[in-house]
Every structure is written in C-alpha cells, then in structure tokens.
Ligand binder design. Structure first.
Ligand SMILES: [Zn+2]
Length: 334
C-alpha cells in the first residue's frame, strides 16, 4: 500500500496520456499531427517550459464535450488512487478551452461528473482550482472569473499558471481581489522560472495562501525566513523541474535543503503525463535519488494534508493525518 498523500499541484489538462488523446481525437473527429501514440510520446521530450506549453495547448483540441473532461478526470483519479493520493486539489485552465469555443459549463460540469463521485469511485476527496493564464491579459482573467460565477459552488479557489517570466503577479491584482471578495481561496505559480520577487508579490499583492513551485525563494534568505515563519506551503514538483530544466538533474534538487530549512514543502506531479510520473512516482524518485528518509517522506505526506484546503472538513483532514502517522513503510516506497 502506498503512502497516503494529497496532491495540491496538478493540472488536469496535463494528465492527458497519448492513448486517451488518440481515443478522444477519434471520438471527436479531430486529426492529430502524429502517426500514433509512440510518435506522440516522442513529442513529449521538450526542451523547456515554452516547448512544453506549445504541445500542451495543441493536444487540448481533443477535449470537446463534458464526457471528454469526465473521462480525463477519471483517468487521472484512477492513476492517482493507485499511487496513494487520498485528496486532490485539481487545477484547470478555462481560458485555453474558452478560446477554442468550449464553454465554462462544459468544462466544469464535465470535470464535476468525475469529481463529484470521486470519493465513492476512487477514494479521493477533491477540490477544483481555476487557473488564469498569466500570458493572457488581466481583462481576460476578469472575464473568465465572471464566466465562472454560475459554478462557484464547485470551485474552491483560483490560481495563476503558464509562462511566468514577464508576467508578474501584480498584473492580476484586480482579479485576485475580486476572487477574494467571492470567498475563493488563492494560490499562484511563482518562483519557478520567475525571480523570488514574484513570490513576495504573490503573497503581498495577490494574498496567496500557498505558492506553487516557489523554488527560487532560495535565492533570497529573508524570503525563506518569512515563508518558514508564516508557514506558507510550497507545492514542489521534482520530476517537472527536471523535465523543464529548472534543475539540471534530480540529484541537484534542493528539496532536502528546503526541508532542513524548515520550509513547508509538498511533493506533486504538475503535468504527470508530460513529466514522467504521478504523485507516487515523484515520492519514489526523491526517496531513491535524494536519499530522503522514511520520516522525511512521512513529513512530506503530512505537509500535503496540512497545506490542503480542507478547512471545511477538518474531520476528514484529521483522518488522513492519522493514516499518515500510522503508515508502515514496506519495501516499495511511493
Ligand atoms: Zn504547474
């Protein structure tokens, strides 16, 4: 049995495996510019964030109907459950779909068909976080929030993702203020490719409660001290960092130093279909390559539940935390 964990940094569009991409393409009469799943899997070897994003947006063309989004989410939940995920806070990128003529309702209702039954079907509780694309305009983000208003009973929070450099958090001040006024929780990608100042800005200007990635905080000791003091969770994605060249190799990943510094780190999969592994694969990789002890892995699992947005269900959080404490490590760690 794998270590129980929460996944807090997961883009549902990034869980699209080549096999499902072809299945949905056939169902919807979409022609993919790849001969077969092997050729497509080859294309998953990109060089950097931008080349990954190009493929990521290209493949989204196969997602058209509620059933497509439902199938996508169910495929992720089944894989996540097999790797010990007990709670998942799932990002989605509505602007990428609205731009293709797919409505907010199709996306949210489709995802909800899977998420609403996830606890009984997969043993995973879920939350949905709507991300704004930071390389789109601030006005587009506001329009997107507006389009989401009929579905706010299904959306727990907002996030900020896509190409970071040149798009500082301050650009999205207005939409984050509007989201806060609607009672939505707030997170943002910051300090992945962008500088540590973006992390500070996300905290101070956008009021985020959790920072996605946040790796580059290490360049600013005062910021590290603040993140430790304020117990701001960081949602790290080790295999993603390697694939996108944020770190040279997994052995160079600063996760052990970050835990030693007292940072509230969590380990997540980001876009697992593209980055070579789901949540449990990331845990296994940091255990194997970074030599994290079992107690460190338990700490990461504990952190994932502490950092999750379960304030409306503390009983469930307590149950998950008890599972983590009672967990007995076997031969295979994941
Ligand atoms: Zn991400």
């Amino acid at each position: 049995m794998p270590l129980p964990k929460a996944e807090l940094h997961l883009h549902i569009e990034g869980t699209l495996e080549p096999e499902l991409a072809f299945e949905l393409a056939a169902r919807n009469g979409v022609t993919l510019p790849y001969a077969d799943t092997d050729t497509l899997r080859e294309a998953y070897r990109f060089e950097d964030l931008q080349s990954f994003l190009n493929l990521y947006y290209e493949l989204m063309a196969v997602l058209r109907t509620e059933r497509d989004f439902e199938d996508l989410a169910n495929a992720y939940l089944a894989r996540a459950a097999a790797q010990g995920v007990r709670h998942a806070e799932i990002f989605f990128d509505p602007q990428a779909h609205l731009a293709r003529g797919v409505s907010m309702g199709t996306v949210v209702e489709g995802l909800w068909r899977a998420l609403g039954r996830s606890a009984e079907n997969h043993g995973i509780s879920t939350r949905l976080i709507m991300c704004f694309l930071r390389d789109e305009s601030a006005e587009s983000a506001l329009t997107t929030l507006d389009a989401a208003k009929p579905y706010l009973d299904r959306i727990t929070g907002v996030g900020l993702d896509s190409a970071e450099v040149g798009h500082p958090p301050v650009k999205f001040r207005a939409v984050y203020e509007a989201a806060a006024a609607l009672g939505l929780r707030r997170v943002a990608h910051a300090g992945e490719e962008g500088p540590p100042e973006y992390i500070t800005e996300a905290l101070d200007v956008l009021g985020v409660e959790r920072v996605d990635h946040g790796l580059r905080c290490l360049e600013d000791p005062a910021l590290v001290e603040r993140l430790v003091r304020e117990r701001i969770p960081l949602t790290l994605c080790p295999l993603s960092n390697v694939r996108l060249r944020t770190v040279d190799t997994l052995a160079d990943h600063p996760l052990p130093a970050m835990l030693d510094a007292g940072l509230l780190c969590t380990v997540n999969s980001d876009d697992p279909a593209y980055f070579g592994g789901y949540a449990g694969d990331n845990f296994a990789a940091v255990h194997r390559t970074l030599g994290l002890t079992e107690e460190r892995l338990r700490e990461l699992a504990r952190n994932s539940f502490l950092a999750s947005f379960l304030e409306d269900d503390e009983e469930r959080r307590a149950r998950y935390l008890a599972e983590v404490e009672a967990y007995q490590f076997g031969d295979a760690v994941s």
